[in-house]
Ligand binder design. Structure first.
Ligand code: CMC
Length: 397
């Protein structure tokens, strides 16, 4: 064992505990047993960032100082991505869908039929990395290329799994519009393209969430952008992070009608189940992204009935949480109304999580660049709670 492996381990009873030189002991951090431990790193500051501000107490979200509600109203995803990467708000900033490199198309054709789209997107990013070789440190050009590539890759996978050939992107369209066009093989309804663009703006960035943290950890080792984004996609895949909106759809389907919500929700909470689309690690107020997406969904005529049920069920859930968990403020989160917008633009539920990843590509990229400029390896510590040091038993040969 090396000294670093044993630093937290209790010494053997017959050994003096402090055998280190006095100078080294003075500069070392306190033993792990004496430092506070926060499960899930809750409340721990692990980075300084100038990219996004999640004000959980007041339900505010700012990208480089600009409120999310205003960005949705006044901006496009292309402008917002550029803002996150460079700090500049430019009228002419634009992102267009990229054509796919041949090795990516070949790899997508090789995937088993039952592949989850999130795994397909992660694979596509990995192949992109092998083809493009984006060396550390990540740059705005690398991040822009990857963000423009990802929607084309996901759309190509969706067509291939349905027995269709991928189509080339119409580069006159926005990234969101080009994604819909490549999925469906025809130019999208402009209102649907605008709604999806708004969803992309809302999903672009959210502080040090699990996937962004994963991305920063990987970049902190001076590994490359594609590896960091593959890790981030892996973290986002979990149902507690990016997998929620698809489950919101099945949850509402199961509930059936608002009159049945009270009984269904109480039984679910009593079983210890999570109600999808509610609760957040940081927000103790209504998630401002949910408010922005609810507005977008209200503008989608096809979603009126679904939305009517969703709003009534939301009221019931909030009332029951207020009653059963009065000490923990649990409000609606972004995923509840994301489910409405993503359904409204015609996406099947299993494309919801990877579509979230397409949107979050902008934030991951911005954090990758920021982490590389800090250039500090992220390496926290663990408190050792295993057995004390002891001799390995001999087999007596
Ligand atoms: N349904 C039922 N109980 C809940 C929920 C929920 N949605 N959210 C929190 N709680 C309860 C939980 O049971 C616990 O109660 P108790 O203290 O009595 O055991 C208490 O609230 C604290 O929960 P926690 O899991 O310790 O809190 P957290 O900060 O780790 O959880 C969360 C955050 C998002 C994982 C959780 O709220 C949850 O599971 N929500 C449902 C899944 C969901 O909608 N996820 C999308 C999150 S928003 C997307 C994003 O920003 O990435």
């Amino acid at each position: 064992m090396t000294p670093s492996n044993t630093e937290n381990a209790p010494s053997k009873p017959d050994e003096p505990a402090a055998s280190k030189a006095p100078a080294a002991a003075a500069s070392a951090p306190k033993p792990a047993a004496e430092r506070p431990y926060s499960p899930g790193l809750e409340g721990v500051l692990a980075a300084e960032t100038a990219i996004g501000y999640v004000d959980g107490a007041n339900g505010r979200l700012l990208y480089r100082g600009y409120p999310i509600g205003q960005l949705v109203e006044k901006g496009t995803y292309g402008q917002v991505a550029e803002l996150l990467w460079t700090g500049e708000w430019r009228r002419t900033a634009r992102l267009v869908p990229a054509e796919l490199p041949e090795p990516v198309v070949c790899a997508l054709h090789e995937l088993p039929e039952h592949t989850h789209p999130m795994d397909a997107l992660r694979t596509a990013v990995s192949v992109w990395g092998a083809w493009r070789r984006p060396h550390w440190p990540p740059t705005v050009d690398q991040v822009r290329e990857l963000t423009s590539f990802a929607p084309s890759a996901l759309a190509a996978f969706h067509r291939i799994r349905n027995g269709q050939d991928p189509v080339k992107p119409n580069q006159k369209l926005s990234l969101a519009g080009g994604f819909l066009q490549q999925l469906n093989g025809k130019d999208p309804d402009p209102a649907a393209a605008r709604a999806l663009d708004a969803y992309f703006v809302v999903g672009a960035e959210h502080g040090l969430n699990a996937s962004t943290f994963t991305c920063r950890v990987i970049i902190s080792t001076r590994s490359d952008l594609a590896s960091a984004i593959c890790g981030a996609i892996g973290a986002l895949k979990g149902p507690l992070h990016g997998g929620a909106p698809a489950e919101v759809v099945s949850q509402l389907h199961e509930i059936g009608s608002p009159e049945k919500a009270d009984k269904w929700v109480r039984e679910a909470i009593a079983r210890g189940d999570r109600i999808m689309g509610f609760g957040h690690r940081v927000y103790r107020a209504y998630d401002p992204r949910a408010a922005a997406l609810r507005k977008v969904a209200e503008g989608m005529a096809d979603m009126a009935d679904w939305l009517d049920t969703a709003v009534k069920v939301e009221d019931v859930v909030l009332r029951i949480f207020g009653e059963l968990k009065p000490d923990r403020v649990i409000k609606t989160n972004v995923e509840y109304y994301a489910a409405a917008v993503l359904q409204g633009v015609g996406l099947p539920p299993d494309l919801f999580p990877p579509t979230f990843a397409l949107a979050r590509m902008a934030g991951w990229g911005a954090h990758a660049i920021e982490q590389a400029s800090a250039d500090k390896l992220i390496r926290p510590d663990a408190r050792y709670v295993g057995p004390p040091e002891t001799d390995v038993p001999s087999f007596g040969h």
